[in-house]
Structures are given as C-alpha cells and as structure tokens.
Design a protein around this ligand. Sequence first.
Ligand code: HEM
Length: 249
Amino acid sequence: MTSLTAPVPPVPSDVPAGSVAWLRASVARFSNGSDHVRRRSLSVDLLADVDAYSLRDKAFARTAQLADELDAFDVMAVIARPVPVGILAEALGLPDVSADVALVAAAYHPHVTPDADAEAALGRLIAVCGGTTELAAARIGLLIQACDATAGLIGNALSASLAGNPGELLAEPPVLCTRRRIDGEDVTVSLAGMPFGAGPRECPGSAQAIALATGVLQALRGFRLTEAETTWVSSPNLRMPAVLRVTRG
Ligand code: HEM
C-alpha cells in the first residue's frame, strides 16, 4: 500500500494534440500531483451521474439478447469486451463506441507504440466526446479503463464457474500489478489482495464495474464451455481469458 502512494512514471507532455500520447498526457491515470487530483475529480464527477443498478439491468438485458441470437460464441469477443463499455458509454450520454475504445485500449499504456488504427479510433472518440479538452479525455479515459479490466472480471468469474469452481466475483482479479516511480526508478508494484488498487489512485469505477459484470454473468447462467482448455491473454499485468467459447447448457 505504501508504494501505491508513490507517483506514477510520468509521460511526455509536449505531444501532438489529439494523439494517443495526448490522451495519456491528459488523463488522471498517468498524471501526478495537482493534475492528478483535478483530472481524477473529473472522472469521479462523471461516474457520480451513472446509476449502478441501471448499468446492471442494461448489461443483463443486452447480454441476454445477444446470447439469444447466437448458438455458440466467444464470450470475450461478443460480450465481455463490447457490452460493458457500450453500456457505460450510453450512460455517459455517448453512442456505442466500444469498437473504437477497444482499439485505443490496446495502445493506451506508455510502453505500447500506437498504430494508425488506434490513432484513427482515438480521433473518432475525441469527436464524440467533446474535442481535445480534459473533460473529453476524462470520458475517454473512463471507457478505456473499463474495457480490459471489466472484460477480465467477467471472463475470470465465468471461466471459474463454468469449470465447476464458482466463487466470489473477485476471486481471480484481472489486474495483477501496476507501475510507480520510486527513488527515481520505475518499478512494478503488485496489487495482490487489492483488486481495485488502493490509496489516492484506487479505481473510482469499482461499483460500476461490479454492477456491469453482475448483469452480464446473471444473463449467462445456464451456458457451458465448449472447449476444455481456456487460452489466456499473454500480458504481465493482466490475467484474463483471451477466448472463452460457450454454448447454451
Ligand atoms: C466501469 C469500469 C471501470 C472504470 C470506469 C474504471 C476507471 C478507472 C480509472 C479512471 C482509474 C484511474 C484512477 C486514478 O489514476 O486516479 C482506474 C484505476 C484502477 N482500476 Fe479501474 N475502472 C473500471 C474497472 C476496473 C476493474 C474491473 C478493475 C479490476 C478488477 C479495475 C482496477 C483498477 C486498478 C487496480 C486501478 C489503479 C491502478 C493504479 O493504482 O495504478 N478497474 N480505474
């Protein structure tokens, strides 16, 4: 916990407006000091207007509808990635931008070099979110932060329960570690026992994430895995299925 109060590794600020580098330089996630406090409060205020019960109900309804239309499908691609982000976007007054959010999410972290598809997707997100302002960056940041982590929450809980090990929603958290700058060095900090982090950067979307995951998982009761082996995302900081094929009971 002490190390989580250290600053995050800073990102460059002299970057082209509207680029993925601009997004990193404008969101709470990669900011420190008063920038972090101000940007985080933008995110918290946006989430304060989002009703968690309504997110859960909408996630249930949309998942049930999609699952009805399909016989056998990959839950990660068809539901766990697009549904929570689409519903959160709608609750923030935006269109369903889940496909563009997924493209930008893959290029969000500073060690990734964004490709042209990610830059183009961010351009479209900026256009619907209000231009290159801090508030627009906060909206986009919420959707990006929700993307992989909520898909992971859903995928891990579903994979465990379909393998015959139902447990708590957070029994296998998707976000394993984060980064901080300590004594001039960028270090990896474990999040063991803290699925939503802790301290001044603790996830402000935990209630919304749990509501979305609960709705999705309720709608997938009665499904079963079609493959014995689950393939996992290969990432040092995320644990979640890459593909999870299911069919109705
Ligand atoms: C509706 C879905 C979600 C939203 C809107 C959301 C939003 C955010 C935001 C804006 C931050 C940055 C906070 C800051 O830097 O002050 C954050 C951090 C974080 N989120 Fe979430 N999040 C969501 C889902 C999740 C899920 C499902 C998990 C894992 C179970 C998760 C784990 C974390 C962690 C561990 C951090 C802190 C990272 C650090 O300390 O470096 N989030 N989230």
